[in-house]
Design a protein around this ligand. Structure first.
Ligand code: NAD
Ligand code: MG
Length: 396
C-alpha cells in the first residue's frame, strides 16, 4: 500500500490537532507534506519538528522569518517556510499531496480548499463555511476534476456512512426519503430568551459535548452551526432543505441518520470525538484505528430526541431561508455571521444581536446570481461591510 501525502490547512486548530493525532497512529499510511497556520506559531513549530513536512505556511511574513530561524536552530533542514495567503493554495495543489484536510475556520479557507478540489485532490472537508459560501460552484469543481470529497463534519460524515454502498458526495440518492440532522442544542438548549440576552463569550464557548475552536463553539450556541450544516447537507447530498429535518439529540451519540423510502432509518453512532470522522475519511474506503474510546452504551443509558425551537434560535430559520433563496444568499449569511460572532467574542455585541446582524445583511445586501467565485467573494465583502456598519450603529 502506498503512503499518501497529506496537506493540513489549519493544522494548529482543533481539527488540525486531531488530524495529526490520527496521522501519528498511521505512519505507514500518511506522510505530512504541508502544514499551515495563522496563529499559534509555537504549536506549528512543534508540529514541524514532529512530522518534518516539506512545507510550513504562515500568513504573516515576519512570523515566517522567525519560524524559519527557529526550525534551523532546532536542526530542521527539511521544512521550507512560506508566507502569505497565496501559499495556502500553492501547498494544496503540490504533486506530492494526495489529500488535503481543509480545516481553516471561516471564509479564509475557501480558496485553498477550492484549489485542492480543482486539482483533483481528495478533499477532507471540515471547513463548512467554504462550502456554504461557494455552494454549487464548489460542487461543480469537485465533479469536474473527479476529486473525492469526504465530509469531516461529524453529522455529514455520519450521513455519508449511512448512504448506500459506493455513494459519492455530490450525487442524489433517490432511495433516500429524508436526512435527519442531529444537533446537541449547544450550551443554551434550556435557556429562556431573556437569559440568552446576558450570556458571556466564556459561557457560549463552553460546549457540553465537544471541544472545538471558538467560532464554531459560538455557532453551536446560536445554532447557526446547525444552520450552516443544513446548507452543507443540501450541497453534499444534493437534497432539498425540506428533506432535511433537524433533530435535537442532547447526548451527541447518534451523529445523524438517513431515512430510506422503505422505512429503514440508518444511524451512525460513536463517542463525540472528531478523530472518528477524521479517521473514517482518511482510511476510506477502508477503516483504521482513530484512538477514540469504545462507545459505552450502559454508561450513556438513554438517547433523547426533540424538535428545535426556531423562536429561541432564529439563526436556524435564517439558514433555511438562505438555502431556499440560494445564489449569493448563503455567502451573505455566512459573512454576516462571521462578523457578528467575531464582535460578540470581543465583547462588542450581545449574544442575541447575532441573528439581528445576519437578518440585517440578508435584508439589505443585494443577492446576485453566483456565476463564479469573484461574485461570491464580492457578496462576502459587501455583507461584511453591512454587518460592520450595523454593529457600529448598535454600539453608538
Ligand atoms: P480552530 O479555530 O480551532 O482552528 C482554525 C485553524 O485555521 C487554525 O489552525 C488557524 O491558525 C487557522 N486559521 C484561522 N484563520 C485563518 C486565516 N485567516 N488564514 C489562514 N489560516 C487561518 O477551528 P476548528 O474548530 O478546528 O474548526 C476548523 C473548521 O472545521 C471550521 O470550519 C469548523 O466549522 C469545522 N469543524 C470543526 C469541528 C470541531 O470539532 N472543531 C467540527 C466540525 C467542523
Ligand atoms: Mg458538526
Amino acid at each position: 500500500m502506498s503512503i499518501k501525502g497529506l496537506c493540513v490547512l489549519g493544522s494548529t486548530g482543533s481539527i488540525g490537532v486531531s488530524t495529526l493525532d490520527v496521522v501519528s497512529r498511521h505512519p505507514d499510511r500518511y506522510r505530512v507534506v504541508a502544514l499551515t497556520a495563522n496563529n499559534n506559531i509555537d504549536r506549528l513549530f512543534e508540529q514541524c519538528q514532529q512530522f518534518l513536512p516539506a512545507f510550513a505556511v504562515v500568513i504573516d511574513a515576519d512570523q515566517a522569518i522567525s519560524l524559519r530561524q527557529r526550525l534551523l536552530d532546532g536542526g530542521n533542514k527539511t521544512t521550507e517556510v512560506l508566507s502569505g495567503v497565496k501559499a495556502l493554495e500553492e501547498v494544496s495543489v503540490l504533486s506530492a499531496v494526495d489529500s488535503v484536510m481543509a480545516a481553516i475556520v471561516g471564509a479564509a479557507g475557501l480558496l485553498p480548499a477550492l484549489a485542492a478540489a480543482r486539482a483533483g485532490k481528495t478533499v477532507l472537508l471540515a471547513n463548512k463555511e467554504a462550502l456554504v459560501m461557494s455552494g454549487p460552484l464548489f460542487m461543480a469543481a469537485v465533479a469536474e476534476s473527479g476529486a473525492a470529497l469526504l465530509p469531516i463534519d461529524s453529522e455529514h460524515n455520519a450521513i455519508f456512512q449511512c448512504m448506500p454502498a459506493h455513494y459519492r458526495a455530490g450525487r442524489t440518492a433517490m432511495e433516500v426519503r429524508r436526512i435527519l440532522l442531529t444537533a446537541s442544542g449547544g450550551p443554551f438548549l434550556r435557556k429562556s430568551i431573556e437569559a440568552l440576552h446576558d450570556v458571556t463569550p466564556e459561557q457560549a464557548v463552553a460546549h457540553p459535548n465537544w471541544v472545538m475552536g471558538r467560532k464554531i463553539s459560538v455557532d453551536s450556541a446560536t445554532m447557526m452551526n446547525k444552520g450552516l450544516e443544513l446548507i452543507e447537507a443540501c450541497l453534499l447530498f444534493q437534497i432539498p432543505p425540506e428533506k432535511v429535518q433537524v433533530v435535537i439529540h442532547p447526548q451527541s451519540v447518534i451523529h445523524s441518520m438517513v431515512d430510506y423510502v422503505d422505512g429503514t432509518v440508518l444511524a451512525q453512532m460513536g463517542n463525540p470525538d472528531m478523530r472518528i470522522p477524521i479517521a473514517h475519511a482518511m482510511a476510506w474506503p477502508e477503516r483504521f484505528d482513530s484512538g477514540a474510546e469504545p462507545l459505552d452504551l450502559f454508561g450513556i443509558q438513554r438517547l433523547d430526541f426533540e424538535a428545535p425551537d426556531f423562536e429561541r434560535f432564529p439563526c436556524l430559520q435564517r439558514a433555511y431561508d438562505a438555502v431556499t433563496e440560494g445564489e449569493t444568499m448563503p455567502a451573505i449569511l455566512n459573512a454576516a455571521n462571521e462578523v457578528a460572532v467575531g464582535s460578540f467574542l470581543e465583547g462588542g455585541i450581545r449574544f442575541t444581536a447575532i441573528p439581528d446582524v445576519i437578518k440585517h445583511c440578508m435584508d439589505s445586501v443585494a443577492v446576485i446570481k453566483a456565476h463564479d467565485i469573484p461574485e461570491v467573494l464580492e457578496a462576502d465583502s459587501k455583507s461584511r461591510e453591512a454587518a460592520a456598519a450595523y454593529i457600529a450603529r448598535l454600539q453608538s
